[in-house]
Each structure stands twice: as structure tokens, then as C-alpha cells.
Design a protein around this ligand. Structure first.
Ligand code: NAD
Length: 482
């Protein structure tokens, strides 16, 4: 019998009084847990507890280096539980354990990184231009609401929780209803490592819980990662309350192959850029833009690399990716492929739901490549969020610029070329928050990350990824009059 998972409010596991929901494991098609939902009263209780912790300064009152010690302990506790963390993610979104273990290690490193940021953080006495000595002081914003998606809760939640805590704030985490499992371990590990009661709270639920949280008067700031539609709704509600909001949203990223590129290397990079993680990544390189003179040659190489990309069961060490996170999502991806075919696209690889055991039971979908679509086709403009890419060709740099910047998104881009001049000029003309040159999908916690246009607002990661969760206060002190 599956026991109903409680909410984590004010340091106590608490039965939710607003009902429950049961996510489905997308590999086995069975229920992977039962999670309780908070009542309106419990939502307010959690926010009040988080606010009280801010007022009482139980966390923000600790010295920076004391907070750093606790963040370090979270990292080492996570290191000791990599397998538990990996399984908690895989059971929710069907990713391979190999990928989940790597993400669990990366998530522990995020806490380690922000421990060192906190340890070494310096405040400023600004240059004196009046009679007073002037200080620039940073204070925690207060209660930060973090709402997260299902594709990589391990890293995406760490990227929010660690800097929010490093800055001295309290957190309300509302994980995706598809992958709430990971957040239970975060609550356990953070409490064990010494995060005081009330400072970290977890509330489960679907969109409705998210909406109630976003509009609650006790929330000081919102940080959201998810779809662009939800991001717009959240920003619009937050705007009514003048509540700051960070948005990390969708993408339709171009991976650009110039004629002078090492085509073998580019084919490998383009395949990993779209098919790793089953394409369920905001930065997936889902548009392969190839200079026409090498398009045929590149496509052959790309197909041969892509052909070797296999989905598999989570514990298969040779599988390159797992299942899609939900059946509904897999069907949406497939529908987009069918519509692309109807719009004149040629399916060069994949494009069919597996019918063979054991994959017919789960929400699997193969690596899929489509060519021949016009740039205004849906699949060339809208995120599929699956292992599906389009190949488009261009003749010159103007063509490329129009194609590459021709969607509403601006999250990431890749450029494959041997020409430093071309690489630099394209990197500067692309409207994207991250540009990779002769590589793709490398990520570093010290490098700010986020999107242009409809891909988001502000940046996570790096030093500024912590400072964004602090208010600045200028203090003028006239010592002569004191
Ligand atoms: P989603 O927008 O459906 O849901 C994300 C979270 O928001 C969930 O917890 C959900 O319950 C909640 N939610 C949805 N609508 C809400 C509302 N109106 N108010 C408050 N909360 C609401 O996204 P998803 O399907 O879980 O994730 C996939 C999307 O996330 C893709 O578009 C992907 O590109 C994006 N994503 C972006 C990044 C990034 O860093 N830019 C990273 C990963 C995923």
C-alpha cells in the first residue's frame, strides 16, 4: 500500500487537507506515489511560518559563514544519497538512472558552489560623495516562492533553493505535480543538515495551488521555471502585487552548422544537443540550421549518429534516454510530428510510438528528425520538448540571421565553425541567453543562465544568481553629526 506523502510545513510533516493526487510512473504506467494537497488554511500557515522565520531572523541572523557551513553539509549529505535522489527523480519523469545520478551530483555541487559564494561574500562601503559615509547593504527579500517543472527537478530545484537560502531567505517550494518525489528528499536533507524550521517548506499540488501561492500577500518574490504560458500568467498576477519575478521559460534553440565546420563533430554535438534527456530540456537544440552547401553531407552524418540514440528502461546503462515524463506529453509530441508530416515535412528518422515490449507499456518516443518544413511550420517555431528536431538550410548570413532569430524564444544557440570571425559575429547577433561555440549543452553553475524574449526574465546562477534574491539598501551615516 502506498502511504500518502505529507506536506512539509514549519519543519513538520503535515497531512494536507485539500485532497490528494497520484503521479504515474511513465515507464511502468503505475502509480508512483500519493501526495497530499494543502487546504487554503495550510497554504497560509506555510507562508506565515516562512515569514515568521524571516522576522525572527533564525536563518538570516546567522553569519554568512555559518550559513555556508550548513549549505556545505547539505551538499555532503546529498553526496551520500545520490542513488536515492536519482531514483526519486527517475520514478517521476522516467529518465535513465545514469542521467539522474549525474544530475544529483550536479545538484549537490550547486549547494557547494553557493556555500562558497556565501563564505566569501563581501559587502561594500561605497565611494563617499556627500558629507556622510555611504554603505550599500544587501538584505534578504523575505519569503521566496519557487515553482518548478518536471524535466530536471534535482538541478532546477537546487538552482533556486541554494542561492535563495545562501542569501538568507525562507523558501516555499511548489514542485511539479509530475515529479514531487525529489522535494521530499530535499526537505529531509535540509532539515537533517540544520536548516531551521519554517525556513524551507514544501507544498504539493497542481496549477491551482501554484496560483493561490502566487497571489498570496505573504510572498515577497517568485522564481519560476516552466512553460512560457504559465510564466506569462504568473508574471501578470505578480505584476498586480508589484512582486518581483524571475522566469526561466521555454526555448526553440537553433544549432547552427556552417560549411567550414568539422561535420563529424557537429553531427555528434547536434545529436547530443537534441536527443540527450529525450529532448525534454529547455535548451534542447531542436532546430538544426545547416549551410546549404553541406546540408546533404551533414544530414547523412547526423542521421547515422542519431540512429544510435536509443531510449531504454531507467536501469539500462546503455540507454541514451528514458521515457517521456507523461503519456499526455508523449502524445502531444507525437501529435506535433503528425502535423509536421501533414504540413509537408519528411520524417527522416523515428516518428512512431513504439509498439514492442517493454516499451509499449511506457511513454517512450524515439529520436525523430524532420526536414522539408517551411520556417513558419509549428514545429519550426514551437517547443515540442521531446526528442524531435527539424533540419532547415540557409544560403547566407542574412538568411541565417532571419532563421535563427525567427521565433519568439531566445534561450540558447549553438554554432559549429572553424572561423573565429564568423563564430563571434553570429554569437553577437543571436538573441539568446546562452551561445555555445563548437560545443552544445555544457552548463556551469558559475555562468549566468536565462532567456531573451519569451524565454524568460532575469538570470539564475553565478554570484548574481544569489544577489537577485536580496534587496539593496543604501545607508548614509553622517559621523560628524553623530
Ligand atoms: P508548466 O509551466 O506546465 O509547469 C511548471 C510548474 O508551474 C508546475 O509546478 C505547475 O504546477 C506550475 N504552474 C503551471 N501553471 C501555473 C500558474 N498559472 N500559476 C502557478 N503555477 C503554475 O511546465 P512543465 O510542463 O512542468 O515544464 C516544461 C516547460 O518548462 C517547458 O516549456 C520548458 O522549456 C520549461 N523549462 C524551462 C527551463 C529554463 O531554465 N528556461 C528549464 C526547464 C524547463
Amino acid at each position: 500500500m502506498i502511504v500518502m506523502q505529507k506536506l512539509f510545513i514549519n519543519g513538520v510533516w503535515t497531512q494536507g487537507k485539500g485532497g490528494s493526487f497520484s503521479p504515474i510512473n511513465p515507464v511502468s504506467a503505475t502509480v508512483s506515489g500519493v501526495f497530499s494537497i494543502p487546504s487554503d488554511r495550510q497554504i497560509s500557515d506555510a507562508i506565515e511560518a516562512a515569514g515568521n522565520a524571516v522576522e525572527a531572523r533564525v536563518w538570516s541572523g546567522k553569519k554568512w559563514h555559518e550559513r555556508a557551513r550548513i549549505l556545505e553539509k547539505i551538499a555532503s549529505t546529498m553526496d551520500a544519497r545520490i542513488d536515492d535522489l536519482a531514483r526519486a527523480q527517475s520514478v517521476g519523469n522516467g529518465k535513465t538512472l545514469t542521467e539522474c545520478r549525474a544530475q544529483a551530483r550536479a545538484a549537490a555541487d550547486v549547494f557547494r558552489y553557493y556555500a562558497s559564494v556565501a563564505e566569501t561574500y563581501e559587502s561594500e562601503i561605497t565611494t563617499q560623495r556627500t558629507e556622510s559615509v555611504t554603505f550599500s547593504i544587501q538584505e534578504p527579500v523575505g519569503v521566496v516562492l519557487a515553482i518548478t517543472p518536471w524535466n530536471s527537478p534535482l538541478t532546477l530545484e537546487a538552482q533556486k533553493i541554494a542561492p535563495i537560502l545562501a542569501a538568507g531567505n525562507s523558501v516555499i517550494l511548489k514542485p511539479s505535480e509530475v515529479t514531487p518525489h525529489v522535494s521530499c528528499l530535499y526537505a529531509e536533507i535540509l532539515q537533517y543538515s540544520g536548516i531551521p524550521s519554517g525556513v524551507f517548506n514544501v507544498l504539493f499540488g497542481e496549477r491551482e495551488v501554484g496560483e493561490k501561492l502566487v497571489s498570496h500577500s505573504g510572498i515577497s518574490m517568485i522564481t519560476f521555471t516552466g512553460g512560457t504560458g504559465a510564466g506569462r500568467a504568473i508574471a501578470s498576477e505578480a505584476g498586480k502585487h508589484l512582486r518581483p519575478v524571475i522566469l526561466e521559460l521555454g526555448g526553440k534553440s537553433p544549432n547552427i552548422i556552417l560549411a567550414d565546420a568539422d561535420l563529424d563533430q557537429a553531427a555528434k554535438g547536434a545529436a547530443a544537443g537534441i536527443f540527450s534527456g529525450g529532448g525534454q530540456s529547455c535548451i534542447a537544440g531542436s532546430r538544426i540550421l545547416v549551410e546549404s552547401s553541406v546540408c546533404e553531407e551533414f544530414t547523412k552524418k547526423f542521421l547515422s549518429v542519431a540512429n544510435a540514440y536509443r531510449y531504454g528502461l531507467p536501469d539500462d546503462p546503455d540507454a541514451q534516454f528514458g521515457a517521456m515524463a507523461t503519456f499526455q506529453h508523449r502524445d502531444k509530441v507525437h501529435q506535433m510530428v503528425l502535423e509536421a508530416e501533414a504540413a509537408g515535412g519528411d520524417i527522416l528518422l523515428g516518428g512512431a510510438i513504439p509498439a514492442d515490449a517493454p516499451f509499449d507499456v511506457g511513454a517512450f518516443y524515439p529520436a525523430t528528425i524532420i526536414s522539408g518544413l517551411s520556417p513558419d511550420a509549428e514545429l519550426c517555431r514551437e517547443e515540442a520538448f521531446g526528442p524531435v528536431c527539424v533540419i532547415q538550410s540557409f544560403n547566407n548570413m542574412d538568411d541565417l540571421n532571419a532563421l535563427a532569430n525567427g521565433t519568439d524564444y531566445g534561450l540558447a544557440a549553438g554554432i559549429w565553425t572553424k572561423s573565429a570571425n564568423k563564430a563571434w559575429s553570429i554569437a553577437r547577433s543571436i538573441k539568446a541567453g546562452t551561445v555555445w561555440i563548437n560545443t552544445y549543452k555544457e552548463l556551469s553553475i558559475s555562468t549566468p543562465f536565462g532567456g531573451f524574449k519569451s524565454s524568460g526574465l532575469w538570470r539564475e546562477k553565478g554570484l548574481q544568481g544569489m544577489q537577485i534574491y536580496m534587496e539593496n539598501k543604501g545607508i548614509y551615516w553622517n559621523f560628524e553629526n553623530s
